[in-house]
Design a protein around this ligand. Sequence first.
Ligand code: ZN
Ligand code: ZN
Length: 373
Amino acid sequence: MGDLVLAAVRTGPGKTELREFPMPKISADDALLKVEVAGICGTDVKQYAAPAVTGPVIMGHENVGVIAKVGRQFAERQGVREGDRIFVEHYVPCNRCGWCHLGQYRHCEATDWRTNPEARRYGYTSAENQHHLWGGFAQYLYLPWNAVIHRVPAGVSAELAGIVTPLSNGIEWALFDAGVGYSSTVLIQGPGQQGLSQTVACRQAGASLVIVTGTTRDAARLELAKTLGADHVIDVMKQDALERIMEITGGKGVDVVLDCTAGAGVMPILLGIDALKRRAGTLLIQGEMAAFPDFPVKKVTEKAITIKSARGHSYQACELALAQLASKRFPLDLLTTHTFGLKDVDRAIRSVGGEGDDGVIHVSLMPWKEDAQ
Ligand SMILES: [Zn+2]
Ligand SMILES: [Zn+2]
């Protein structure tokens, strides 16, 4: 291990440069991860274009790697040793507040950059802070005592483990939040890594009908949705989506709508409201819109719709996602389409945003990629 660690640093909106940082000193109660894969998602695309956290930031919040160095207390507390492959959640919670005691640490203020400028969260913390290595677009990642880690089961590669985040979100949102289970009927809007992960989660949970929508550009992704268990796919540019959904459901509509369009505007939400069953359906939303003019409140309340917010994942969802990957029941490796090295972080993020390479579903940033070849 050298004295310096190479990292790709976001220095401003849409700007990245390679920088070296001092190797953090590891004491009794912390550890160091050799990063194998940092997954890139739609949030990275948004945070790269318009960063919420200013200053130099090492992005990368979906991290998998091998423990390179571990203090005695950390090893005891977390039950790990050097050489173990782990998935690191991006939350770095306080372990003291009410949310943490409830196990809902994704709501802990110590890790919420939206309300706390001092928050620690991988991919969202300035590299000017102590230990510097707070993101996965680097050769190493610093692990404090309160890092939340999961052991990656044997037989799951680092690249496959990179899908834990979208898959655990799928399990959290579709199953725990929206209550998808045996015989549920589900509409999933958007066939990206998130929508495809939800497709698998819903099938695994026993949904009797899964419909996935996308645009003409998503043709290959819609095909993959079918491979992963979607019963029907709809190209919303070629077909009247609502008419088709009502035809498929015999005019009943669906139990649950999951919006995985990552901020495609009001249309998916309006379609979702109409596509839900006559009474008491559930709509899961994840929006970047600050406002929603002419929101159909009357229709929502008359249909007794429950609206849920997509807000991260729990420990249990991550464990279930890892077990799902280990089971190999679904060919989730079909999602891992692209890998990039550290010097190509800019291109990797742009590719996820639809500006770079074609056919992108899930992108793995592999900081050691050049060295390996
Ligand atoms: Zn993400
Ligand atoms: Zn807390």
